[in-house]
Each structure stands twice: as structure tokens, then as C-alpha cells.
Design a protein around this ligand. Sequence first.
Ligand code: BG6
Length: 496
Amino acid sequence: MPDIHNQSGLNDRPVDLVIFGGTGDLAMRMLFPSLYFLEYDGHLPDSLRIIAAARKDMTRDEFLGILDKRLQGVVGAGYLCENIKTHLYDRLSYQPLDVESGTGFESLAKKLRHKDLCDMVAYCSTAPRLYGQICELLEIYGLTGDTCRIVLEKPIGHDLQSCKDVNDAVGAVFDEQRIYRIDHYLGKETVQNLMALRFANSLFEPLWDANGIEQVQITVSETIGVEDRWDYYNDYGALKDMVQNHIMQLLCLVAMEPPTSMDADAVRDEKLKVLRALRPIPLSELAQKTVAGQYTAGTVAGKDVPGYLDEGKKPSNTETFVALRAEIDNWRWAGVPFYLRTGKRLPYRHSQIFIQFKGVPHSIFPDESNLSLEPNKLVIHLQPEENIKLLMMNKVPGLGRDATTLQEVSLDLSISPEARSRRRPIAYERLLLDILADRSTLFVRRDETEAAWQWIDNIANGWSALGMKPSPYVAGTWSPPASVELTERYGHDWHD
Ligand code: BG6
């Protein structure tokens, strides 16, 4: 039986959590299942109340009926417990409201506990174009004081200017320290472990620069297509949907200087410096340093799948795959390539950060041994497995007569087998807990989102100026051949 006592260490102030878009896909697939698991593990304080707000006019019971069905589908049967659901549902109410007309906000305000007694968190799980309007309405109904905070899902805009517009609209009502911009990759266990690996060990730091590191690769490959989000995705593409946020955040964690503490601004200041040091890719180098692809019909995991254009039923030059060579202009990283790659309908799902160290400066081994002499590598797998491996050279045991035979062995730096057998939390669980506790280290600051857009806009605008179109790749294959050429051109290979 799960322990339902509060083990979270949250501060004592009660919270009213309002989820705008409370019947939407993200809420049903991620937010409520995460809240369920937090309840299951005893992390939610008794005083937390949750209000799902959405357009549909229905009763609380009707809402709970919908939620119940969805939880059954998302939470594994082994974890579904009637008493846990009861605890969660006891906290829940439903508020019909329409953000465009403002109806329902008055009743919402009446449902909330008084500011003197309770904090309010407004979680915007709606279309981003509604964020400004939600803020205005919250202000009208007095829901924006020091005891209120707001959570924004990505995407924040579709380019630098629209990002600034959203940030301005939200910033007109909430101070920056009360705005939580979500990048769910920062809630993933291994991503946080990367900070521990770098800053809780002294071993890597002396090698963690252009003298010690040959190249870095960040890959997020997915087998899924664009599902039922074709219209949204078609306006964004892989560059804006994945690189601008998740992949650039991973890049920051790999490349940033050690922050002075885990304090939110200490960490975010260092990430920002990395984003600002990214060298804009000039128009003349775009064709060598970037690759865009779009999947055509093919087979993924033994299943025939349609092409991107067949799914949308209209012409499109949106990329579903992108690979880039990025460079960071600072003392630590000058000259080290950061290869970034992500795509949909690739052969298998895996996300990893691959760091290749420089080879030994001189080999003392005979020629035959040198054939197998490999530089050291650190491979951080984010998903589906979560593990960290250090690849090192070792002698093959035994009495070889002529030469020392070398082999690459893998040192497993992963979490203990005991921890591995535990349930792997959804990234949103960590983030929701931090929001409730008012801890913002794992959230993205305004200047970070804008610096990331600035670098991305330069690429997107360059592609348009040159009329570059994505090259087709068959679903279930590793992207267009140009992606292989991108690394080979600089003497490197993708690590798959
Ligand atoms: C989302 C993107 O932010 O991240 C999706 O909009 C993508 O297109 C998803 O599929 C990937 O997240 P994860 O956690 O499954 O790697």
C-alpha cells in the first residue's frame, strides 16, 4: 500500500491550483496522471485543492467521470487504487469558463480561498494565444497579487517577436519570479542527474572544455509521427517544436559554467550565458551546418505508417527532422562542435547526450592494439532507458603473446538496481511539486526563451531566404543522407 502521508517537505501555505484547459490533452495525459502519482506517493499536502477549468459546461461529477476513464487508460493497472483516487477527487472541483468572453471567472474567484489563507497557482494548459487574456482576467478578478503565480506551457511564441509579446502580456500582470515557464525535459530524472554528475564530482570538470572534449551530440529521436497535432506542428516543425526549447536546454546544462548554487537565478544566469554565446549560423554556412528532413510513408516498428504530407492532406515544407552543428563562442568551448538532432518517425525512440573526449596524445601500444584504441566517451541516455555510461579502454584479460589487446568497456554510472526497480516518475511530477513549493530552478526565465528564439530565428529566416526545403526520408530510417554528411564533413560520426 502506498504511504499517503505528506513526505514532500513543501512549505505550509495551502495552494489552490487552477488548471486552465483542464479537460485538454495535456491535462488528461500528463497533469492529472502526475497529480495522481504524487497523491499515490504521499507527496501532496492535505491542504491542496485543485480546480479544473475548461469551456465545457458540465458538473463536477461529469468531469470526474471523464477523468476516471482517462486515468484508467494512463495509470497502469498495478497503480490504480480506489482510495488514492478518492483522495485526489476529494480535492477536485470543476469550473466551466470561457477565456475569450470571460464568463465563469467570477464564479472561479468565489471558489478560491482568501489570499490571506492560501496561494493560488494558475496553470495555463491552453492554446498559448490565450495566455495574455487569462492574465488580464485574473487581474480583473484580483487573482494576481504576491500570493499568486502562473505556469506557462511551451511554446512561448513562434519567433522572437511573438515570444516577447507573450512575455510582455504576462509580465504586465505577474512579476518574473512568479512566472513558471515549463520545459518538461528539465523535470526528467536523468537531466537533473546531469547537474549532479557535473557539479557533485570533481573528476570531469578539468576535462570539461575544448582541451578535453572533441565533440558533443544531443539526439532526441522519436518513432511517433505528429499524431493528431498536424495543424499545430505544421506551423512549428522540428526546429521550433523541439530544438528551441528541449534540446537547447540540454545544451545549456552540458555547456554552462558551474553556478554558485542551485538558486534559480544562479542556474539560469549560467544557462543564459551559453545561449548568448551561441554563434549565429551565417547564411553562407547554413547548407553545410543544418539539415532539414520530412518523412514519407514507411514502416516503423513493423507497422506501415503514412507520410507527413498524406497525414496533413496538403502541401507543406515543414521539417519533421532537423540536424545542426552549433558552436559556442567562449573560452571553454571554442572550436568544439555541438551536433543537435531530432526527428519524428525515426527507427527507434532514444534521447541521449553523447560526449566524446579527446584521444590519448600518444599511443605506447603496438600498431595492432591501436586499431581498437578508442577515445573515452560519456553517454547519458535520457529515454527510454535512463542511464549514464562511461566508455573506457581496457586490456583484454589473458596472456596475448605479441601485443596488448585492447577493448572498450562500459562503466555504468547509473542509479542503483534497487532505485531502477522503482516506478519512474513522469517529468511533470517533479515540476508540479516545485511549482507548489514555489521553487523555480527547473523553470525557464524570460531572457532564456528570448535568447533561444533569437538563435533559432536566424536559422529559420535563413532557410526561408535561401528557399531551403526539407529533404524527404522514409519513415523508419535514420533521416536524409545529408544528416550523415553533416558530421562526416567535420570528421565525426553520429553515435546511434
Ligand atoms: C513536446 C513536443 O514538447 O515534446 C512533441 O511538442 C514531442 O512534439 C514531445 O513529441 C517529446 O517529449 P518526450 O518527453 O516524449 O521526449
